[in-house]
Design a binder for this molecule. Structure first.
Ligand code: HEC
Length: 246
């Protein structure tokens, strides 16, 4: 018994350490994929601000439109910039080798990013860009230090500066202990509006990570209700059948 327990603990230990290992604090995204209005806003944010560099190659436009509750005409009018066929997937115009030349890395496809990194990660990442004159792009990020992604939403959020705490380390760098952000130049949105904008965008990314989850969630409650009902029915029938068998 004790050995079994030890084996179990040993097997789980790496998972536990990994979970505790993350240095950056992630804020809760609190997304709700059943909120269609939020998904619609998120889809618009995504095509306007992300699709220029990032594809979502597993997402087909017309299926997405049906899932988030818009008509094909609304889709064509508002969300389709990189293709004219609703049957296409969300691809981008820029070539991988151009992107590589501009950014040093190819911007990843975002179809599965919310699943691989987690919604909280993406939510915090998009809110953690700060001005860094030492970087070629002028931007850095506390969640992904040294990132090649520029702050594409800076006009909305404004320009943040990072405030560091603690003493410089051996290399004279103070950026090991992050204290807080300070908005140096306000953007067109208040911090609350910007958080909501990012939340909608992340909500959309969570949805495209598993489009079937909307159906799965919608089916879940009726299925459980049926199972409960059926169990009660089966129990009542069993009682009825066995009533006279003594
Ligand atoms: C100007 C091009 C550009 C635009 C527009 C852009 N990104 Fe990026 N993004 C990049 C590049 C380049 C990377 C790769 C960064 C790296 O690996 O350092 C990246 C990486 C990412 C990552 C992965 C971070 C990680 O941990 O690997 C996420 C998430 C992301 N972008 C989300 C978005 C979202 C959401 C939008 C729209 C609001 C967006 N990006 C718009 C260029 C862009």
């Amino acid at each position: 018994m004790r050995t079994k327990l030890l084996v179990l603990v040993a097997a789980l230990a790496p998972v536990v350490t990994f979970a505790a290992g993350g240095e950056v604090h992630l804020d809760a995204a609190n997304v709700d994929v059943t909120n269609k209005a939020s998904l619609q806003r998120g889809a618009a944010n995504f095509v306007n601000y992300c699709l220029g560099c990032h594809s979502a190659q597993y997402v087909r436009y017309n299926r997405m439109a049906a899932d988030i509750g818009i008509t094909e005409q609304q889709l064509i009018d508002n969300l389709m910039f990189t293709t004219d066929s609703p049957h296409q997937t969300m691809r981008i115009g820029i070539k991988a080798e151009d992107a590589k030349r501009w950014f040093g890395v190819v911007p990843p496809d975002l179809s599965l990013i919310a699943r691989s990194r987690g919604a909280d990660y993406v939510y915090t990442f998009l809110r953690s860009f700060y001005a860094d004159p030492a970087k070629a792009s002028g931007w850095n990020n506390t969640v992904l230090p040294g990132t090649a992604m520029p702050h594409v939403l800076w006009e909305l959020q404004g320009i943040q500066e990072a405030v560091w705490a603690g003493e410089p380390n051996a290399a004279g760098d103070v950026r090991h202990e992050f204290k807080e952000f300070r908005i140096a130049t306000p953007g067109t949105m208040t911090p609350e509006e910007y958080d909501a904008f990012v939340r909608d965008t992340v909500n959309f990314l969570v949805y495209i990570g598993e489009p079937a989850q909307l159906q799965r969630r919608a089916l879940g409650v009726p299925v459980i209700a049926f199972l409960v009902f059926f169990t009660l029915l089966a129990y009542a029938m069993k009682k009825e059948y066995w009533k006279d068998v003594k």
